[in-house]
Design a binder for this molecule. Structure first.
Ligand code: SF4
Ligand code: SF4
Length: 103
């Protein structure tokens, strides 16, 4: 089914509606690498480093792989890809992440 539609990375302002997948569903894997999904964010997580115990519970739950890890320590958010879903805020047991922008 996906073969008759153009690849998501090739979509541009000139693309025709009949070239797009129904509901703009993306069939290819790994497209987050090419797409700055952080532009979709309305709420923004804030990392409070002094509260962080480096338990790393927030890492696997992020659907956008937007929490970088280096030398077994989490770093600040990758805002090019974080969509602001808030899952990491819910998971953190030490209140080391808050969310800005929630009404
Ligand atoms: S808010 Fe969502 S997308 Fe952003 S870092 Fe947290 S879990 Fe990942
Ligand atoms: S879940 Fe909280 S305490 Fe654990 S690494 Fe993530 S921010 Fe730090």
């Amino acid at each position: 089914m996906a073969d008759k539609f153009i690849s998501s990375k090739d979509i541009n302002e000139q693309s025709k509606w009949h070239e797009l997948t129904p509901g703009l569903t993306i069939y290819e894997p790994g497209t987050a690498v090419d797409t700055l999904t952080g532009e979709w964010r309305t709420n923004t997580p804030v990392f409070i480093e002094e509260k962080c115990k480096q338990c790393l519970l927030c890492i696997p739950v992020c659907p956008d792989n937007a929490i970088p890890v280096e030398d077994l320590k989490r770093l600040d958010f990758d805002f090019d890809h974080c969509k602001g879903c808030g899952i990491c805020v819910k998971v953190c047991p030490f209140d080391a992440i808050t969310m800005e922008g929630i009404n």
